[in-house]
Design a protein around this ligand. Structure first.
Ligand code: GLP
Length: 254
């Protein structure tokens, strides 16, 4: 488990974008699992900037996602699909044929999500999965208590996770009660996982997830067992994890 500590949010965004761009440059057909959320807005801005300065092309890359709100119509302004398109895909040279995002409301969810997983496997599996961390330790939208063997499916959102979305939707009533998420098993199959975390609100959960016991009550704790897991965190988010200094943690400062 590797931790890259950076000074602040601006550095987190820049260093994370450089990290991903370097991976794409060394493997142009990289299969990337993209994530969403407030934390990574700056990361996408930096990645778009690197593309515009000619430092990286996504023309050969593949793009998947990790989660989505359930039941929002296609093109809904608050959907994660719209987020990824507006913050990233539409601003770089990604081939639309290579962007494969979760359907938020298929007629037959079980068949659709099995097909989604099979399609990922058929393209060779995810090389680099990006993710954030929920305030309650959720991974994608795998909420506390999710079995580590879980697959892609529709889930109920916890009250806490819905509250965390109020500023996006305007009021709790507007926040969907359900979501679609790739399962923990699927996420763990990625060859590499890069998590990004920023700010005081994440300090305690980052330490709990990555220095505490690996338990289903804290979904992100499973990442301790991933063979190629890196966290890029600013000083505020990394503070308690650094203090806990779990065995095997490799720390680098940038
Ligand atoms: C969201 C998403 C996750 C994301 C996490 C962190 O609700 N379901 O995929 O990684 O929670 O979000 P934020 O960066 O907004 O704190």
């Amino acid at each position: 488990m590797k931790l890259i500590v950076v000074k602040d949010y601006a550095a987190l965004s820049r260093v994370s974008a450089e990290y991903v761009a370097a991976r794409v440059c060394s493997q142009p057909s990289l299969r990337i699992g993209f994530c969403t959320g407030r934390t990574v807005v700056g990361f996408y801005q930096e990645l778009v900037g690197l593309h515009r300065r000619g430092r990286v092309s996504f023309a050969q890359a593949w793009g998947f996602d990790i989660d989505e709100f359930h039941g929002l119509p296609q093109g809904h302004p608050k959907s994660y699909r719209t987020y990824l398109q507006e913050n990233f895909f539409h601003l770089v040279d990604f081939d639309p044929q290579r962007i494969r995002l979760l359907d938020s409301d298929p007629a037959d969810p079980e068949a659709a999500y099995r097909a989604y997983e099979e399609m990922i496997e058929a393209t060779g599996g995810i090389d680099l999965q990006l993710d954030g961390i929920g305030l309650n330790g959720h991974l994608g939208f795998n909420e506390p208590g999710t079995p580590f063997g879980s697959r892609t499916r529709v889930v109920d959102l916890t009250e806490e996770s819905r509250r965390a979305q109020i500023d996006l939707f305007g009021s709790i009533e507007e926040v969907p009660t359900r979501a679609v998420t790739r399962g923990i098993l699927n996420i763990m199959r990625s060859r590499e996982v890069l998590m990004m975390a920023s700010g005081e609100s994440k300090t305690a959960i980052v330490a709990k997830a990555l220095a505490g016991p690996v338990v289903e009550a804290v979904p992100c704790s499973i990442l301790q067992l991933h063979p190629a897991f890196t966290l890029i965190a600013d000083e505020a988010a990394a503070r308690d994890l650094l203090a806990a200094a779990p065995p095997g943690l490799v720390v680098e400062r940038r």
